[in-house]
Design a protein around this ligand. Structure first.
Ligand SMILES: [Zn+2]
Length: 254
């Protein structure tokens, strides 16, 4: 980074901070980029799990016992990383916004549970693609802590079933070919009535979630995009910072 762009960034950072200080309803929108700093691979990227393997689609999970087993085997492969991952400075940036009473809501595309682990309460958080920290029964809807299921899991005797109704259990994440939860979309949409939206670590290409920042703009919010790569919404944003959220947090010094 040259001296000119340093000065440029400094000016942008200062005006961002003025907007942030003046906003009492800030909504966050986060994607995989904010978790890579916690060692969680961007699973859709090259070399990620869905690049190496064919995904198991939701209807295959329901209808094909072999695919169901394969799905669980992959989740077991991912679980150790998810179980041990810790939030980073980007997650704590949003937690501090919550602590200062500014955070209106936080919508994430991530399924790693790191926002929960940072201490964001459930009523402020929408996991639009679900979370790996929970397991759901597809029949009765009962939610179980994922630790409980994975700790007693033995796939050699078959995939786990609901202790209450015998239905199929599945980590509570949205699979390929599976509809997003309408209640989650509704809660997320409510959070778009904000004064400032901070979209971080998302390439803003996976819809419908990627349209959320635009809806917030239409509702009168300022939009800040913080991500390494360009996004289709950059030209609509009030601020674009092409950097990791961790780096941004250091620059704004909160
Ligand atoms: Zn059940």
């Amino acid at each position: 980074m040259g001296i000119d762009s340093d000065i440029d960034n400094r000016t942008k950072i200062d005006s961002f901070k003025r907007i942030l200080n003046a906003s009492s309803r800030v909504t966050g929108f986060t994607g995989a980029g904010i978790s890579t700093e916690s060692g969680i691979a961007d699973y859709r990227s090259k070399g990620g799990i869905w690049d190496r393997f064919q995904p198991v689609y939701f209807d295959e999970f329901l209808s094909d016992p072999a695919k169901r087993l394969l799905y669980w085997q992959r989740k077991v492969e991912l679980w150790d990383g998810i179980k041990n991952a810790q939030p980073n400075s980007g997650h704590y940036f949003f937690k501090r916004l919550h602590d200062s009473g500014k955070l209106f809501g936080l919508i994430t595309q991530n399924i790693d549970g790191l926002h929960e682990k940072s201490g964001i309460p459930k009523d402020k958080l929408v996991n639009i693609h679900g979370t790996n920290l929970e397991v759901i029964c597809l029949q009765c809807g009962r939610l179980t802590d994922a630790h409980e299921v994975f700790d007693s899991l033995d796939l050699s005797v078959g995939v786990p079933l609901c202790a209450i109704c015998g239905g199929l259990l599945k980590p509570n994440t949205i699979s390929f070919g599976q509809e997003l939860n309408p209640a989650d979309i509704e809660r997320a949409t409510g959070f778009l009535n904000c004064e400032l939206m901070i979209a971080a670590g998302s390439t803003l290409v996976v819809h419908p979630a990627a349209s959320f920042p635009m809806i917030a703009k239409h509702n009168g919010a300022k939009l800040a995009i913080i991500t390494l790569s360009e996004t289709p919404l950059d030209s609509y944003a009030d601020f674009v910072f092409n950097m990791k959220l961790g780096e941004f947090v250091k620059l704004i010094g909160t």
